[in-house]
Design a binder for this molecule. Structure first.
Ligand SMILES: Cc1ncc(C[n+]2csc(CCOP(=O)(O)OP(=O)(O)O)c2C)c(N)n1
Length: 354
């Protein structure tokens, strides 16, 4: 197979030299397959009644989180949203821990404290997801301010949907990022709908154009082309690391499932779905790698075996001990109490003895 893919000259701004090796390309395919297989297994577990609440996934959007998170280094930080499982997997979260998380098991990332999307393993550089959209963009700016103040060559990346761009926090985040030239990369995942609201009801101008008025570059890429996403992200990450400030990357894609498993998405025209189905990011990349001589069937088989084993492991995990329900929920003991005991714990103890 061809061993490297050079980044397109058209987006060269001094970050030339970024390239993908043959192993990198195999990794990109593998992580997209891993995301899809993990979410498919999660959906099956949900339908079997083993996942409480509803179920949310990023089907059809795998190239976005995989392509962008692949551009980050180990000391960078990722503020990951609900359609971006690929980013967690790239940072090293095992599929079994994700499935255990969905089922509320003790071995899930939050040890049973939240469901299938609000989680983050901070030891792997993933920030626990804040549900209010797009507050993670402000969290990413906060991280970036810290990196800047400490003069650390680190970058914060965050993801948000098209709907989230209509909320005020999005503008606050982009404004502070532009004013302070923060080392932050905003990945706008335009999957055409915010629940049932289509793009034309969300913004009067393409949101990627807003970057310019906040004082930094905005680029639009095919969000179903994992290499295009990677090269745009790698360029943005390198610029941010060199002190060149933020970038907004709009990844044009499609949410191929309902907002959640409860949503039959009858508001989405069938022809639109069919058009995007023909542009599936995994199928397209598989075709490309196969043409370069990569045995993609073997990669698929290995991913299936891995997720089967991980699911078996997750199903064997216990539910959490109720006594641990508040562990890790608060930052630590409240020094004002003087006894090293967190307030909730004291209130509960006092109530028990009242
Ligand atoms: C401030 C806020 N309002 C409403 C919600 C409920 N909510 C969760 S996801 C979602 C749709 C978001 O659409 P978009 O940003 O386009 O992301 P997508 O789900 O399409 O990936 C909504 C309305 C929320 N989490 N936060």
């Amino acid at each position: 197979m061809a061993t490297t893919t050079a980044r397109p000259a058209a987006i060269d701004d001094g970050a030339a030299g970024i390239e993908l090796t043959g192993d990198d390309r195999i990794a990109l395919l593998r992580y997209m397959l891993l995301m899809r297989a993990t979410e498919e297994r999660g959906l099956t577990l949900y339908r079997q009644g083993k996942v409480p609440g509803s179920f949310y996934d990023g089907r059809g959007q795998e190239a976005v989180s995989v392509g962008s998170a692949f551009a980050l280094g180990p000391r960078d930080r990722a503020c990951i949203l609900h359609r971006d499982l690929g980013a967690h997997l790239i940072r090293g979260v095992r599929p079994g821990r994700v499935l255990a998380q969905m089922m509320g098991r003790a071995s899930g990332v939050t040890a049973g404290k939240d469901g299938n999307m609000h989680f983050g393993d901070r030891e792997l550089g993933c920030v626990g997801m804040v549900s209010m959209l797009p507050d993670m963009a402000l969290v990413a700016c906060g991280l970036a301010i810290a990196f800047q103040m400490r003069r650390e060559p680190r970058v914060a990346m965050t993801w948000f949907g098209d709907g989230a761009t209509a909320n005020g926090q999005c503008h606050e985040a982009m404004n502070v990022a532009g004013v302070r030239r923060l080392p932050v990369v905003f990945v706008l995942e335009n999957n055409q709908f915010a629940y049932s609201t289509p793009n034309e009801r969300e913004f009067a101008v393409d949101p990627v154009r807003r970057a310019e008025v906040y004082g930094f570059p905005g680029v639009k890429v095919d969000g179903n082309d994992v290499e295009a996403v990677f090269f745009a992200a790698a360029e943005a990450v390198e610029r941010a690391r060199r002190g060149g400030g933020p970038t907004l990357i709009e990844c044009e894609t499609m949410r191929m499932h309902g907002h959640g498993a409860h949503d039959d998405m009858r508001y989405v025209p069938r022809e639109l779905l069919e058009r995007w189905a023909a542009r599936d990011p995994i199928d397209a990349y598989e075709r490309k790698l196969r043409a370069d001589g990569v045995d993609t069937d073997a990669i698929r088989a290995a991913v299936k075996a891995e997720v089967d084993a991980e699911a078996e492991w997750a199903l064997a995990q216990p539910m959490p001990d109720p006594a641990t329900a508040a562990d890790g929920v608060f930052a630590g003991a409240d020094p004002l109490l003087g006894d090293g005991e967190a307030p909730w714990s004291r209130w509960r103890r006092e109530a028990a003895h009242a």
